[in-house]
Write a protein of this length. Structure first.
Length: 96
């Protein structure tokens, strides 16, 4: 499922994939966009992407979105036109 998340941000929900598979899908999409000849656009179009997976990067919708968003900004800060994986979720210690 693909949906618009913000002004120029989109989310892609992948089912039954792990973090490395999600990263691979995002990288494939990044390469496709970079090589696509957009009519009327005189320069190369690129994207930056962040990926996150359940449950490594979060167990709730909000945690997963935060992890993917954090990875997106890491990709932009690292020079754009790249894909980064989100930070692992913090483990909760039982009884604390």
């Amino acid at each position: 499922m693909v949906c618009r998340y913000g002004g120029e941000e989109f989310g892609i929900l992948l089912t039954q994939v792990n973090a490395q598979q999600a990263l691979s899908v995002a990288e494939k999409l990044r390469k496709m966009v970079e090589s696509w000849p957009f009519p009327g656009v005189p320069r190369t179009v690129t994207i930056s992407a962040g990926a996150a997976a359940f449950p490594e990067h979060g167990k709730t919708r909000d945690e997963l979105v935060r992890a993917a968003d954090s990875a997106l900004y890491a990709a932009k800060q690292a020079g754009r036109n790249r894909v980064c994986l989100g930070p692992l979720a913090r483990r909760q210690v039982v009884g604390s």
